[in-house]
Ligand binder design. Structure first.
Ligand code: THU
Length: 162
């Protein structure tokens, strides 16, 4: 029997004053993106902004449907748009912001399991980490050095291809 453990590190910043200009810009773009959210059922708007290796930023927001499983998370809208338009550009960073009309969300919200699975496959294929920046409407920013931190025992396509 072997006992094993995994340890990951991430950064919690009190607000965005300690971020680089590029990181602040990406979080701003994710926030702006919440404006295009179609979320009449949850009233929970999510915006995502993806920074590509060539410096371009692609954004997306959550798009719901009366038939609930048909909807898409903001992360998937942004990442699939980025990959459709720029398939060869690695993703360097993704910023995710959340907005509720009823009250300001003051803590970062982490991506759902399905979005983690999407992001980890991209990280794996491109062989470089995707940094995540997470923030609510205001308040602390969580910076994660890669998607593997969020989904350590992920399902890998390698088993399908072997
Ligand atoms: N949502 C996202 O856009 N991203 C996540 O990572 C979690 C959830 C959306 C889906 C749905 O439109 C709403 O938030 C409530 O779950």
């Amino acid at each position: 029997m072997k006992e094993k453990s995994i340890q990951h590190h991430y950064t919690l910043l009190e607000d965005n004053s300690e971020l680089s200009g590029q990181e602040r810009d990406l979080l701003d773009r994710a926030w702006q993106s919440t404006a295009s959210s179609y979320s009449p059922y949850s009233q929970f708007a999510v915006g995502a902004a993806v920074l590509l290796a060539n410096g371009l930023i692609v954004t997306g927001s959550n798009q719901e449907n009366a038939s609930f499983p048909v909807g898409s998370c903001a992360e998937r809208v942004a990442v699939h748009a980025a990959k459709s338009h720029y398939p060869d550009q690695p993703i360097k960073m993704i910023a995710i912001r959340v907005r509720k009309a009823s009250h300001p969300i003051k803590q970062p919200v982490t991506p759902c399991g399905a979005c983690r699975q999407l992001l980890i496959e991209i990280e794996h294929v491109q062989k470089s980490n995707i940094v995540l920046l997470l923030q609510g409407e205001e308040g602390p920013v969580m910076r994660l050095p890669g998607v593997h931190v969020l989904i350590p025992f992920y399902f890998s396509g390698e088993v399908l291809l072997s």
